[in-house]
Design a protein around this ligand. Structure first.
Ligand SMILES: [Zn+2]
Length: 482
């Protein structure tokens, strides 16, 4: 009989979207646990189990898009309070380099894995929809948060393990392939073969059909050098995220050349600021008009195999010593010179855990309205939820900096926090600062589609107050909605 643990036992959140991604994750569990009932207000579906030495809560997202992902993560961290980081594991579209790059065999191929890694202090995830047109070109300013130090240390060890051929990715991939010996459905999850990996030149259009049979394979294919092995190669770099499917080779190449993007995906823009995470994507197509779903199951397998290899090198002790649960590490500072009687949360780092502990021991703390505004401004969703649960705040009041909590969360682009505040009754029409600024107006100016979507879905929203000069918003003709 499978074991039943409590909610507090789970420290890793594993987030997947497609059924094949869920199947790949489940196939790699070392032990599956009995499911726990989802508390009221949490409509996520979870699968629970142990992978290596970690207890993992696997959450399956609804339809694609940053908003649903953001809401799912809000629920995940509320239901499983010990979650320290997220693994966002699934498939994505590749941005292949031209064949004349420095190591031509190491260009991105189908089935390879791309892992988000920050470069030069920049975030590792690019929200390609938060751009503005300047001087005829697209300028993107919205680099999202870095993953946690723990995850970056883990990927460092995995990288080295792979250099010495000591990783276990291929073993995990073979383990899933062997399921097909008994269960025919798993044939789909095996490596489709290098001859099914066709990269068309970016000026060669798709001529229709699912399998590119009518496409110009004689002149339209990029010529690439064969690799010695069919094992997937892992690439580290920038992943671009948004809610639109990219099916344009030209647009793909523009983002690749301007930002070093090597992969596109559709959920993470809504999550990265709320949960320290590693984004791990198996490449299932080349983000062009020829894309189809043939490689999805195998790409889901290679991504899950990498994620398990990463969990292998992170010890549970490392995880539990990471006191910052869902705090914004960039803002972590030690607080000196406070006696316990003076203690009020500074909202940074471990103070969330301390506040929760003191509250559970019946010790009262003084919370000021500015604490809530500050927590909202840095997107410390756990602290915002704690304050909302135990304090009584006038959510429409402005703090000393002139912002309401909702305005502060919108300004920081923290969608899960915005959602929590709206659910707690924050009025989306309250003006703040000067110049009749409202949260919706600010979100439109920032080009933050997810937050505009959240705000305009509320019943109370007053659209008549919108200034006419806000519209029309520039639309990129290369973004196709699915
Ligand atoms: Zn085609």
């Amino acid at each position: 009989m499978s074991r039943k643990l409590n909610y507090e036992a789970y420290t890793v959140g594993w987030i997947s979207t497609l059924p094949c991604e869920l199947n790949a994750a489940r196939a790699l569990l070392d032990e599956e646990h009995e499911r726990l009932p989802s508390p009221p207000k949490d409509d996520n579906v979870y699968l629970l189990g142990r992978m290596e030495e970690h207890n993992v809560a696997i959450v399956i997202l609804g339809p694609c898009g940053p908003c649903s992902a953001s809401q799912a993560v809000t629920n995940l961290v509320r239901t499983f309070p010990s979650i320290r980081f997220g693994l966002l594991v699934g498939v994505g579209g590749g941005a292949p380099k031209p064949p004349h790059s420095s190591n031509p065999r190491m260009d991105i191929r189908l089935g390879d894995v791309v892992v988000s890694e920050p470069e030069d202090g920049q975030g590792c995830l690019l929200n390609y929809e938060a751009g503005v047109y300047e001087n005829g070109g697209l300028v993107i300013r919205n680099h999202l948060n870095k993953p946690s130090k723990l995850l970056m240390q883990g990927t460092g060890i995995v990288k080295s393990d792979h250099m010495f051929r000591r990783g276990k990715m291929q073993e995990y991939i073979d383990q899933i392939a062997s399921l097909a010996d008994d269960m025919e459905e798993w044939e789909l999850y095996k490596y489709p073969g290098r001859y099914h990996d066709q990269l068309f030149k970016s000026d060669c259009p798709h001529s229709g059909g699912d399998d590119c049979r009518s496409c110009d394979t004689e002149h339209g294919l990029e010529k690439r050098l064969d690799r010695r092995s069919d094992s997937p190669v892992v690439h580290y770099g920038c992943i671009a995220s948004g809610s639109s499917v990219i099916r344009s080779a030209q647009y793909r190449d523009r983002l690749r050349d301007a930002w070093g993007v090597c992969c596109f995906e559709m959920e993470m823009a809504g999550i990265m600021d709320d949960l320290p995470s590693a984004v791990i994507r198996g490449i299932c197509d080349y983000s062009d008009s020829h894309k189809n779903k043939t490689w999805q199951p195998y790409a889901a397998v290679t991504a899950a195999a990498y994620a398990k290899d990463l969990l292998r090198v992170i010890t549970p002790e490392n995880v539990s010593s990471q006191t910052e649960t869902i705090a914004d590490e960039c803002h972590t500072k030690p607080a000196y010179g406070l006696s316990l009687l003076q203690f009020t949360p500074t909202l940074h780092g471990g103070h969330y855990a301390v506040s929760r502990l003191l509250h559970s021991r019946g010790i009262n703390m003084s919370f000021a309205h500015d604490h809530l505004v500050k927590a909202a401004s840095i997107g410390n969703i756990a602290m915002v939820n704690l304050l909302l649960a135990i304090g009584s705040f006038d959510l429409d009041r402005r703090g000393t900096d002139g912002s309401t909590p909702l305005a502060a969360a919108v300004a920081g682009g923290h969608r899960a926090t915005v959602e929590s505040l709206l659910r707690a009754g924050a009025n989306p029409n309250i003006e703040f600062g000067g110049d009749r600024m409202t949260p919706l107006f600010l979100a439109i100016l920032k080009g933050d589609e997810g937050i505009v979507d959240l705000l305009t879905s509320t019943k109370q929203i007053d659209l008549t107050s919108l200034k006419s000069e806000v519209l029309p918003i520039a639309n990129d003709p290369n973004l196709e909605l699915d």
